[in-house]
Design a protein around this ligand. Structure first.
Ligand SMILES: Nc1nc2c(c(=O)[nH]1)N[C@H]1C(S)=C(S)[C@@H](COP(=O)(O)OP(=O)(O)OC[C@H]3O[C@@H](n4cnc5c(=O)[nH]c(N)nc54)[C@H](O)[C@@H]3O)O[C@H]1N2
Ligand SMILES: Nc1nc2c(c(=O)[nH]1)N[C@H]1C(S)=C(S)[C@@H](COP(=O)(O)OP(=O)(O)OC[C@H]3O[C@@H](n4cnc5c(=O)[nH]c(N)nc54)[C@H](O)[C@@H]3O)O[C@H]1N2
Ligand code: SF4
Ligand SMILES: [Mo]
Length: 739
């Protein structure tokens, strides 16, 4: 007989007294979930819920999205602009006019004394697209420094570089709907369940409807690896060897798509010659995956009707990051898996608007994927903005990871950081600290005044955050969605858009160039610049209202395009373009994609007798980056309030290390104290550390740079582990936790 409990209490969710729900888009990761923020009668944000109309998340949110309404009022928000003569001295509050006047005069003084490029700007992947476009106008068109970049160099630079090398342009060709059609999926260095929980949910739904093989390449047994059919625990930094070997098997066994290769690619001979050297026996010695498994995976992938690859930081953050992306693209090209449902090469983007900055910020070029190196692009933008084209440099300046060394050597004297916190997020932070101390003028523009990097600043500008302002984000699948303002900025903080506009007025070209007062005005300029038959990045058919009604539109969506549909709740929306390159025509001179040989040289710092462990780093689901937000929200921080590392129990037993105790990590750069969590997720010779904590993993990391993308190899370096005094370590931990 079935036993039933009679008096089971239903789960009760506290009534938050929501008076009105407002549409917006999540500001953490690039999944791009549509959120509704609940406001009470006084207009206070009291709840968040997923929007059921949105194709991306279909009513779901992850743990960060669910508590996102709390971030407006958490500790540490900036209130007034602050100034001081020297770092470490007490701050003086000032007016916006006073701060911006002084900032403009310092920029001009530094540029007049040391040259235009001696003032540098590093931004982010977390502003609104219209803000990025405006910052680009200010940096390229008014201030005129070529040393202007973003934290996306730490994040997506390798994907951008790899897409450009293979396809002639940036822009992920696939979409989440590809999960519904694929017959085989490889995930390279991507921990979807923790880092992109809603994309993971879409993948899981697709697999529940129709089973297909899931192959995970990751040196750790991540949650995704636990769910995989095949887990390939690759030797850190050697994915390119594995890719070469998969292509070796495919070409040697005649499993390639010859017709596609002949019709749509260049370079097959050189690729074939290169991968000849990577037979599975040779490759297995380098990449740590046995020869039979390499053959099995190669056959599964090539024989599938449609096969796709996704990847994230396990590929991008490597000295072979750009090559890894090219290798994935080549694997897909030779099997005819680009631009077709379920057949694609889809980078999983990091920050909420890392795509928007790539498209419109002018960091690595000019707006709308234009290049500084192309005279016709320089002319087009100079004419549109109404300035002399000779004002633009003729090639891209330094990337973020080259800007810091240029400060160290005295070429750069002033720095403006917008929404990034390098004292926690850059490799080898001891060096970053010394570097920041050399600056004559450092401005931090951040929503929170307590970010670690402000210790070294001369000026702090309080920015409005997320849904205190309005504008667009583009997500991983090229979907432009809209952040609607749900409440006023706290204190005297101002939208980044407003700050850029006001600063522009203080420069000569800022009076020549039109800076629209509204974000919609900026969006209209971007629309005009995106028009053109051959442009993939075309948003000319979009409006802010249409974007909201559709819960996001995927570019290209051209003026006059029609793809009407009804959302589940009956709104009239439009659908953009789910895929790129479906016609097999690429953004190269002759329209063919490039197959590029990737000979492998191992230049990583590898474990040795003195430093016997690999140090791997990444993320956990409850925290976002440097914890300026999630570290202060009780419902998130309670899950991991302490800097910790995953360590294999056998390795710990050998070293006499207990679960839950503190240890000291030592590398050739520095040291850090963390708490030990014993787990079989990591192999015996590796530790994994979430990078979210200040004064932790990046005191130790090396961050060798990828030659193409300049992205640091955060995931590979060598360390040793030492015992520490437990009481002292606990004390240090309490102090370090700060918030
Ligand atoms: N909760 C949460 N979500 C986030 C973020 C966050 O901070 N918190 N940040 C967002 C951002 S900006 C980004 S960039 C993404 C990052 O998203 P992911 O890249 O998925 O996250 P990571 O944990 O950095 O790294 C992923 C995996 O790479 C593996 N890896 C390490 N070395 C190698 C290697 O040599 N080869 C391979 N194949 N794999 C390797 C690691 O073991 C790790 O499991 O997450 C986004 N989403
Ligand atoms: N060891 C190791 N290091 C890593 C990584 C790793 O895997 N391992 N991952 C790297 C990657 S992929 C990334 S993306 C970087 C991230 O590194 P950071 O960019 O330094 O990280 P965040 O904490 O996201 O910094 C964003 C800042 O912007 C502020 N902010 C948020 N919204 C706004 C806004 O609207 N306006 C303004 N003005 N400010 C705002 C936040 O408060 C925060 O201080 O870290 C990198 N560092
Ligand atoms: S999956 Fe990403 S976009 Fe969606 S709610 Fe979570 S953090 Fe936000
Ligand atoms: Mo990132």
């Amino acid at each position: 007989m079935l036993f039933r409990r009679k008096e089971q209490n239903p789960i009760r969710i506290a009534d938050k007294k929501v008076h009105e729900w407002k549409y917006t888009t999540c500001g953490y990761c690039s999944t791009g979930c549509s959120i509704e923020v609940g406001l009470d009668k006084n207009g206070k944000a009291v709840a968040s819920r997923g929007n059921a109309d949105a194709d991306v998340n279909r009513g779901k949110l992850c743990i960060k999205g669910i508590f996102e309404h709390e971030l407006f009022t958490i500790a540490g928000r900036g209130n007034k602009p602050l100034m001081r003569d020297k770092p470490y001295e007490p701050w003086t509050e000032t007016s916006w006019d006073g701060a911006l006047d002084y900032m403009a005069s310092e920029i001009k003084r530094i540029q007049a004394t040391y040259g235009r490029d001696s003032f540098s700007i590093v931004s982010t992947g977390q502003l609104l697209t219209e803000e990025f476009y405006t910052l680009g106008k200010l940096a390229r068109g008014c201030i005129g420094t070529n040393n202007y970049d973003g934290n996306t160099t730490l994040c997506m630079a390798s994907a951008v570089s790899g897409y450009k090398r293979s396809f002639g342009s940036d822009g992920p060709p696939g979409c989440y709907d590809d999960f519904e059609h694929t017959e085989c999926l490889i995930a390279w260095g991507s921990n979807l369940p923790e880092q992109h929980p809603i994309i993971y949910w879409r993948l899981k739904e697709a697999m529940e409807k129709r089973k297909f093989p899931l192959i995970v390449v990751d040196p750790r047994v991540t949650m995704l690896a636990q769910f995989a059919d095949i887990h390939l625990p690759v030797t850190p930094g050697t994915d390119v060897v594995l890719m070469n070997s998969l292509m070796h098997v495919i070409l040697a066994e005649g499993l390639e798509d010859r017709a596609y290769i002949e019709a749509h690619t260049n370079g097959i001979e050189a690729l074939e010659a290169c991968v000849k050297d990577y037979d599975p026996i040779t490759a297995s010695k380098l990449c740590g995956i046995d020869e039979d498994t390499i053959r099995v995976v190669a056959r599964l992938y090539a024989k599938a009707g449609a096969a796709m690859s996704i990847w994230t930081m396990g590929i991008n953050q490597s000295t072979h990051g750009s090559d890894g992306v090219v290798g994935i693209n080549s694997l897909n090209l030779i099997t005819g898996n680009i631009g077709k449902p379920g057949g694609t090469s889809l980078s999983i983007t990091g920050q909420c608007n890392a795509m928007g900055t790539r498209e419109w910020s002018s960091c690595s070029g000019l707006p709308g994927y234009r290049y500084l190196e192309k005279p016709e692009h320089r002319k087009e933008i100079a004419d549109f903005w109404g300035i002399d084209e000779s004002f633009f440099p003729t090639q891209r300046g330094l990337a973020e990871t080259d800007i810091f060394p240029a400060i160290e050597t005295g070429q750069i004297k002033g720095l403006w950081l917008v929404a990034t916190n390098p004292m926690t997020s850059m490799p080898n932070t001891a060096r970053i600290r010394k570097t920041l101390e050399k600056l004559e003028f450092l401005v931090i523009q951040d929503a929170y005044a307590d970010v670690e990097t402000t210790h070294y600043a001369h000026m702090y500008l309080p920015a409005a955050v997320w849904a205190e302002k309005e504008g667009c984000f583009t997500n991983t699948e090229r979907r432009v969605n809209i952040v609607r303002k749900v409440q006023e900025p706290v204190g005297e903080s101002k939208a980044d858009f407003w700050i850029f506009n006001q600063l522009a007025k203080r420069f000569e070209n800022g009076r020549k160039i039109h800076f629209p007062d509204t974000v919609e005005g900026a969006f209209n300029e971007m629309k005009q610049l995106s028009k053109g038959n051959t442009r993939t990045l075309d948003i000319s058919g979009m409006t802010h209202q249409l974007i909201e009604d559709s819960c996001g539109i995927q570019w290209p969506f051209r003026e006059g395009a029609e793809a009407p549909f009804q959302t589940p709740s009956g709104k009239n929306g439009v659908k953009g373009s789910p895929r790129l390159y479906s016609d097999g025509v690429f953004q190269t001179k002759d329209g063919r994609a490039n197959l590029i040989p990737l000979p492998f040289i191992n230049n990583n710092e590898v474990p040795c007798e003195q430093y016997p462990f690999w140090m791997n780093s990444g993320r956990v689901v409850e925290h976002f980056h440097t914890r300026t937000r999630t570290g202060k929200m009780g419902n998130l921080n309670k899950y991991s309030p302490t800097p910790y590392m995953e360590m294999n129990p056998d390795a710990a037993a050998e070293q006499g290390i207990q679960h839950g105790t503190y240890v000291r990590l030592v590398s050739r750069r520095g040291d850090a104290v963390v708490m030990v969590q014993l787990t079989q997720r990591v192999p015996r010779n590796m530790v994994f550390i979430p990078f979210h904590f200040f004064d932790c993993v990046n005191r130790v990391s090396l961050g060798l740079l990828d030659p193409h993308s300049r992205q640091p190899a955060f995931k590979q370096c060598a360390i040793r582990i030492e015992h520490v005094d437990q009481k002292l370590a606990a004390q240090l931990n309490v102090e370090r936790r700060g918030f």
